[in-house]
Design a protein. Sequence first.
Length: 227
Amino acid sequence: MENISDPSPDLPQAAEEIADLPIDPEFIHIEMDTSGAVPEDVKSLVAKYLQSQAGEQQVSDRETVVTIWDFAGQHLYYASHPVFLSPRAIYVLVYNMSKELNAKMEPCVRQGVHDFIPHSSGDETNLDSILSWLVSVHNLSAELRAKEKGHEEEQPYLRPPVIIVGTHVDTPFEDPKRMETQIKKSLSGRTYEQHVRRPFFRVDNTRAGEDEGVKKVRQEIREVNTG
């Protein structure tokens, strides 16, 4: 094997011979002095960029992402609903206060500008629908509770939390307090009751963002999210 460190009178030819030799990375060692390689102005620009990125990250950490799913209400699609739910979320369970809780649930479907009530194969009431959603939330959180068992923080409710909101408080079927009491009685003693935050909320749909109920719901979501 040639000693490539020996001097050669013919430099171009020696260079070609060296280029043709196999190179083993394990025997390559290069030392460079980089203490003065980066100019001070470049260092300053890099530092400013990293500081700006840290600031953007702090803003991002304070942001809340809201995802809205519009599920089909027919029984046929019930089995698919849990696929779109997450145990790491805050749930707002909304019910229509203008409808009787004990009345048979009538899912409304819109085609174009017209609404119609599709055929329903079940006898589920509006109250049953509220409870069934709570059961779904409770079931999807079972795996999360198992993972955190023994080292979870003490919470006044089970996760994920559920905020119950009654809409159409301007046209209620009956006294809103009576309707809320009926829901609470149906929840009493059931495991999934522990997901429900207190108090219940009511909103007037005709007032949108100006409604005090809407403002209270927003505040409740913020408190749960940061709590």
